[in-house]
Write a protein that binds this ligand. Structure first.
Ligand SMILES: [Fe+2]
Ligand SMILES: [Fe+2]
Length: 360
């Protein structure tokens, strides 16, 4: 870490920005991969899960508007400027054009280019039609300063569920929005998109750092709440030949991190509300990543608690996450070279942890 970057990071954290993930790349790996002589570093911001909810006319649920508005304001204050912003999905609560348009109006205040991810709350009313019309394709890739970014739509599902005889498209939307719903259906990336991904990755050299962005986790955590992507293992197998892979996802509204082989997984927090951990709430078997140390749950009298922002240091393809939680102790999850996986640097010692709530 050079002094300039260190200063920038401190400066960044001092500003107390909302829901931001940022990174810099020191460039030894990039130099090797591309023979570049000049080191390039960059940051990016990450905002996710705003769930803007339309009431009537021009009225929207104010708390959710506030979470997104704060994230945008803080992103605009970042120094240095992030190269781009990722929006991680679930702009809308029930996928209506009013909600998506309102979200894009607010996000229009962001300084910089935004890359969008499709969330299930944006999709299941009209199967993503309005979102795609306003925003563009729901899966794509781009290269930035030696890093290959892939954005996937991971919230698709089986055709027979999508085209069931629903009372209305809103009925379908609400069934998919519910937790613990036996009428729901598991998320999928699906065959056509996996084939697209295979072709996309074919042209990328295996030592190029890869960042894969999805809405649902590309790992299986808890099926009842769709913290789950049914073809996750198939995607992981496609990412396995690469030296360094990072998967970033929203949807779970909580801190999770994991390491599966060469892949580091990190969730980003929501601007709307925090979900409890399935392992503490559902009283059923879940596959919460072993490495995740659960945070204490939100204070109901503080509307932004349990939401927060992330600072991500992309160091030679590994990712260190600094989670800033307004009313919980901040966390640092750093890649430990010796252990070969991310480690919760501050809370790793049992005695130092705030015990999470066991029921709600
Ligand atoms: Fe969400
Ligand atoms: Fe979601």
């Amino acid at each position: 870490m050079n002094r300039k970057n260190h200063f920038n990071r401190r400066e960044f954290l001092k500003r107390g920005s909302a829901l931001i993930a940022a990174g810099w790349l020191p460039l030894s790996l990039v130099e090797v991969a591309f023979g570049k002589t000049q080191a390039e570093s960059f940051t990016f911001a990450y905002i996710s899960d705003s769930h803007l909810t339309h009431i009537k006319g021009n009225n929207f649920v104010r708390n959710w508007d506030r979470g997104l508005t704060r994230a945008i304001a803080e992103a605009n204050l970042l120094t240095p400027r992030p190269d781009f912003i990722l929006y991680g999905g679930d702009i809308a609560q029930l996928g209506t054009p009013e909600e998506i348009d309102h979200g894009l109006d607010l996000l229009g205040a962001l300084r910089g280019d935004v890359h969008y991810v499709m969330g299930e709350h944006d999709y299941y009313l009209d199967l993503g039609e309005h979102w795609r019309k306003r925003i563009g394709p729901d899966h794509y890739s781009f290269d930035h300063k030696g890093v290959h970014f892939v954005v996937l739509n991971s919230i698709l599902t089986h055709d027979d569920w999508i085209h069931k005889k629903w009372d209305s498209p809103m009925h379908r939307m609400k069934e998919m929005a519910r937790l613990d719903n036996p009428q729901g259906s598991p998320f999928l990336v699906g065959d056509p998109q996996r084939e697209w991904l295979r072709k996309d990755l074919e042209k990328i050299s295996k030592d190029t750092p890869l960042v894969v962005v999805s809405h649902s986790p590309l790992q299986k955590i808890y099926k009842g709440w769709n913290f789950w992507t049914d073809d996750a293992e198939q995607i992981q197998a496609m990412l396995k030949p690469f030296d360094k892979v990072t998967v970033l996802y929203g949807h779970v509204h909580q801190i999770q991190y994991n390491q599966i082989d060469n892949i580091s997984f990190h969730s980003v927090m929501a601007t709307a509300w925090p979900w409890p951990y399935p392992s503490t709430f559902a009283q059923e078997a879940s596959y919460m990543p072993k490495l995740t140390v659960e945070i204490n749950r939100a204070d109901p009298f503080f509307e932004r608690d349990g939401t927060g922002w992330q600072f991500i240091n992309m160091h030679t393809g590994d990712v260190d996450v600094h989670d800033a939680l307004p009313d919980n102790r901040n966390r640092v999850v750093a890649f430990d070279e010796k252990k070969g996986h991310p480690v919760d640097a501050r809370y790793q010692a049992e005695a130092n942890r705030i015990p999470p709530m066991k029921h709600f």
